[in-house]
Ligand binder design. Sequence first.
Ligand SMILES: Cc1cc2nc3c(=O)[nH]c(=O)nc-3n(C[C@H](O)[C@H](O)[C@H](O)COP(=O)(O)O)c2cc1C
Length: 200
Amino acid sequence: MSTVLYIKANPKPDHASYTFRMSEAFIQSYKEVNPGDRIITLDLYQEGVRPLDAEMLAQMFSTQENIMKKYAEQFAAADKYVIAAPMWNLSFPAILKTYFDYVVLAGVTFKYTEQGPVGLLVPGKKAVHITARGGQYSEGPAAQFEMGDRYIRTILGFMGVEQSDITTITTELTGVLQGQELEQSVTKSVEEAKRKAANF
Ligand SMILES: Cc1cc2nc3c(=O)[nH]c(=O)nc-3n(C[C@H](O)[C@H](O)[C@H](O)COP(=O)(O)O)c2cc1C
């Protein structure tokens, strides 16, 4: 049995978000194929994840229970990550970065060594980043400006997830296409999400 951590980073309700249309379809399809698995949904806005403040930083290396340890240990304990976050200003909503600031914790998800930092996640974890984008960044001239997927891949790699175990599912041009064309494009991405969930 695997534990899947479903991290949601969009203040919009499911029905109003293209990102969540894909991610909810992904989770639904995953559940059908893996009925025994445990899915933990972490809606970062509902959680009220707040930027690290001085008090939290002071607790960073404390051995006592605190909110950073709680999120980092939950992250380390999961086997698979589903990260649903739209493109905002070339990356993703800041609340997701804040969440990573909690999760990337020395002694839990990485450690310092004489050769530099090393990821502490047990090998073999899988991740998918699901994202809707107003424009096109998967190819073409704007591809070089995409920093969300790049960041997520880099930070997961830092903690020990292999790049070959990370998948990205996008729907693009949501701000450009209209009407039926947009609906067809999103539907195609939702179908891709369902297909990929079956082998996740
Ligand atoms: C605050 C904000 C920033 C955005 N920045 C970008 C951007 O840099 N590039 C882009 O192509 N679209 C951008 N968009 C458009 C969204 O990526 C697009 O509307 C997408 O469909 C949002 O996903 P959602 O439908 O799941 O909310 C932005 C939207 C918002 C609200």
